[in-house]
Design a protein around this ligand. Structure first.
Ligand SMILES: C[S@@+](CC[C@H](N)C(=O)[O-])C[C@H]1O[C@@H](n2cnc3c(N)ncnc32)[C@H](O)[C@@H]1O
Length: 279
């Protein structure tokens, strides 16, 4: 005999709390609403909801996955980014709130017909969010991971985004020039990799995170080629890791990009550089 919804809810919440899940309250509500297929806003009305034993079992199953550290976004296959929810699974990086800064600083640069490339698109969250800001851009999403492109394609279809998907190692299969290139390539250094949270190491794709000894392997290769893919007055934006700004500045100057501005994220950490091609 299944327990009442209320005692079931409270028992599952306790399991998450005891397992050390920091957001146990939010997770319990979200998993309850997923298992019982009710809107999140109503999940506090658990005692009034009539569901089957099948829903209850699913709820317990989802909670047990969360209790061992699986990210909530993988369990519910969704993560909010900028103004939309994106489909997410273990094959792509979970969109991070820090990356929303890319949208914030580039949304006002968008113009009709602008050619925009999101290189290392993962779930497609950055490029698709830009398209939602101006659906008259020509959007290209590229990644070397076929699984990531599959997820980008799904998100683009769900969010009614017209774009071209390109399977490419950096610029290898990219043709033409762009007015804006945004990129959030892997940037975790060897030293930092081992200090990542257990949840990240266990559940997120390492090829989306690890950027070699200094963290900048992929970014350096990107910098050596990006000039050839920019239109006159073209701009590119790179997200990078905490403490990498000086190294990145050196790399930018090495390849003769002198017109750049660094931006801080909401934690006052330098996180982005926006670079203009000198004409
Ligand atoms: C840090 S994730 C960012 C994903 C997404 N843009 C976001 O912000 O959530 C880096 C992405 O770059 C892709 N990537 C890594 N190295 C690449 C390369 N050399 N060429 C193309 N894509 C690459 C990975 O597959 C991954 O999807």
């Amino acid at each position: 005999m299944m327990k009442s919804k209320q005692s079931l809810f409270l028992a599952q919440k306790k399991i998450l709390k005891d397992a050390g899940c920091e957001d146990y309250n939010k997770s319990t509500k979200l998993l309850f609403s997923t298992a019982f297929k009710i809107p999140l806003a109503q999940s506090y009305e658990y005692h009034t909801y009539v569901g089957s034993n099948k829903n209850s079992r699913l709820f317990m199953d989802l909670v047990s996955r969360r209790a061992v550290g699986e990210p909530i976004s993988h369990i519910v296959n969704s993560k909010a980014f900028w103004k939309n929810d994106f489909y997410i699974d273990e094959t792509v990086l979970d969109p991070r709130p820090e990356s929303e800064l890319i949208i914030d600083i580039t949304k006002d640069l968008l113009f009709d017909g602008m050619r925009v490339l999101d290189l290392g698109c993962g779930s497609g969250c950055i490029g698709i969010s830009l398209y939602k800001e101006n659906p008259n851009i020509s959007l290209f999403l590229a990644d070397y991971s076929k699984q990531a492109l599959r997820i980008s394609k799904k998100n683009a279809a769900e969010l009614k985004t017209e774009c071209e998907l390109i399977h490419s190692f950096l610029f290898a299969n990219i043709s033409g020039k762009f007015d804006l290139i945004v990129t959030n390539l892997p940037y975790i250094s060897k030293g930092d990799f081992f200090f990542l949270q257990k949840e990240i190491i266990l559940y997120e794709p390492h090829e989306a995170l690890y950027g070699g000894v200094s963290g900048l392997d992929a970014i350096k290769l990107f910098l050596s080629a990006v000039g050839r893919y920019l239109n006159e007055n073209g701009v590119f934006v790179i997200e990078f890791g905490k403490g990498q700004d000086l190294l990145l500045k050196k790399e930018l100057l090495k390849v003769n990009f002198g017109n750049f501005e660094f931006y801080q994220d909401f934690n006052k950490v330098k996180r982005l550089v926006c670079v203009k091609k000198d004409t």
